[in-house]
Design a protein around this ligand. Structure first.
Ligand code: ATP
Ligand code: MG
Length: 396
């Protein structure tokens, strides 16, 4: 081990010691935050990209900036569980009420907002007892009923929240991660609510992050989505940024890389932030010199792959049924990605092609693959094909 302090951060949403290559995204986010705080309109944003490219990290960095600018911000992570989106939203709304109640201009004047959020929470979240915020002795979760129409109720909540934020001279920033797990009905409600708050010029903004499929789903749900949200692709790092992501964390601890070692890491990882972090962390653990050489990189490839296989890839593969796994193997057997459904079906020995559409839909819902257009599919996890080849070599 070079030093007991390992400066690399492989792990979901872990803020890297050096946040490389996201200046454009963060500057643009900062402009939007400043605009809505000053009472001017700004479009909400959806960051989309493959697994491990750094979407959550961008979202966390935006939330940090929002708080630095004096906005109220909450991070929400949607899960696959049904109802998770609305539950987390009502939780966040209750937390915003608490923050607003601390504002001088609003003290003891939050009655309408509380009752709207209370009805929303009760209607959409009846069995959840994790929400137990209290304000002036009143629990925000116990309640009378809302209208029962998610779109109307969510819009009403957002509008009231916006009005109160405006009165308190502040703005509200929702950061919603894993948005692809929200149902179409939930997305429709969200988009309609954003439409309404934009029309009224209220200071509420959404930064969302999700897998590429979100681009199509949100567009399909409402035709005007693209006017309300900017879709911003988060991708692997460009060479210069990848170089910095590798070099800078080590430099802080006075450890350097030979230029060839850096090139080799970029080649191995294709500039994917998660792979960079995992590979550099492994090299750090297994090396002892203050200068990391190309040989250090070469001798850590197998160990890095083992860690990725056991941590990043296999959990995803094991969550699939045998038939779904066959579908994934058939995709890799196509030789080139994205691949057509006809080729996948042929490799599975199934015809006609539409007999495998259930597996396709299930794997998309699980977030493992996505449709790239023209009926083709690809993995949401970079290098998943290499993992499958390593794990099941006799299939190829
Ligand atoms: N810009 C960056 N520079 C350096 N490292 C980064 C950067 N962005 C993310 N990372 C690192 O990459 C890894 C993945 O980041 P993150 O969890 O944000 O990805 P993600 O796109 O949200 O993935 P998932 O789709 O699986 O949720 C983390 O280990 C993080 O430290
Ligand atoms: Mg994430």
């Amino acid at each position: 081990m070079i030093d007991f302090r390992n400066p690399y951060t492989p792990g979901a949403g872990m803020m890297p010691k050096y946040l490389a290559g996201r200046n454009t995204e963060l500057e643009s986010a900062e402009q939007r935050l400043l605009a809505i705080k000053a009472g001017y309109p700004a479009r909400s944003v959806v960051y989309y990209g493959l697994r491990g490219v750094g979407k959550t990290v961008v979202l966390n960095a935006v939330a940090e900036r929002a708080e630095d600018q004096g906005l109220l911000s909450r991070h929400i992570e949607v899960t696959e569980k049904s109802g998770s989106f609305v539950r987390s939203l009502s939780y966040a709304c209750s937390a915003f009420v608490l923050s607003l109640s601390a504002k001088k201009t609003l003290q003891n004047k939050l009655g309408k907002l509380i009752s709207v959020i209370r009805s929303f929470t009760a209607t959409w979240n009846p069995s959840d007892n994790t929400i137990s915020f209290e304000l002036d002795g009143e629990a925000l979760s116990s309640a009378t009923a809302g209208t029962g129409n998610l779109t109307n109720d969510l819009t009403e909540v957002m509008v009231e929240l916006g009005r109160y934020a405006q009165k308190a001279d502040t703005a509200i920033c929702f950061c919603i991660d894993e948005i692809q797990y929200a149902s179409e009905g939930e997305l429709e409600a969200l988009i309609t609510a954003v439409h309404r708050i934009n029309q009224l010029g209220l200071p509420v903004i959404f930064f969302c992050a999700g897998l590429p499929k979100i681009l199509k789903t949100m567009g399909d749900v409402k035709s005007y989505t693209e006017r309300l949200f900017e879709f911003s692709r988060v991708d692997s790092l460009e060479i210069d940024s990848a170089r910095k992501a590798i070099i800078e964390p080590a430099a802080e601890l006075r450890v350097a890389f030979e230029p060839k070692a850096v090139d080799a890491i970029i080649e191995q990882t294709n500039g994917y932030p998660y792979f960079i972090q995992e590979m550099c962390a492994t090299i750090w653990e297994n090396s002892s010199s203050k200068v990391i050489t190309v040989d250090d990189v070469a001798s850590n490839i197998a160990a890095t792959n083992e860690r990725l296989d056991n941590g990043f890839f296999r959990v995803r593969f094991n969550r699939c049924t045998p038939r779904q796994q066959e579908f994934l193997v058939a995709m890799v057997q196509c030789g080139e990605l994205p691949c057509t459904m006809a080729n996948v079906a042929a490799n599975m020995g199934i015809s006609p092609t539409n007999r495998i559409s259930t597996f396709r839909a299930q794997l998309i819902a699980k977030g493992l693959i996505y449709a790239t257009g023209y009926g083709e599919v690809d993995f949401t996890v970079p290098k998943f094909d290499e993992f499958i080849k390593r794990t099941l070599p006799d299939k190829f």
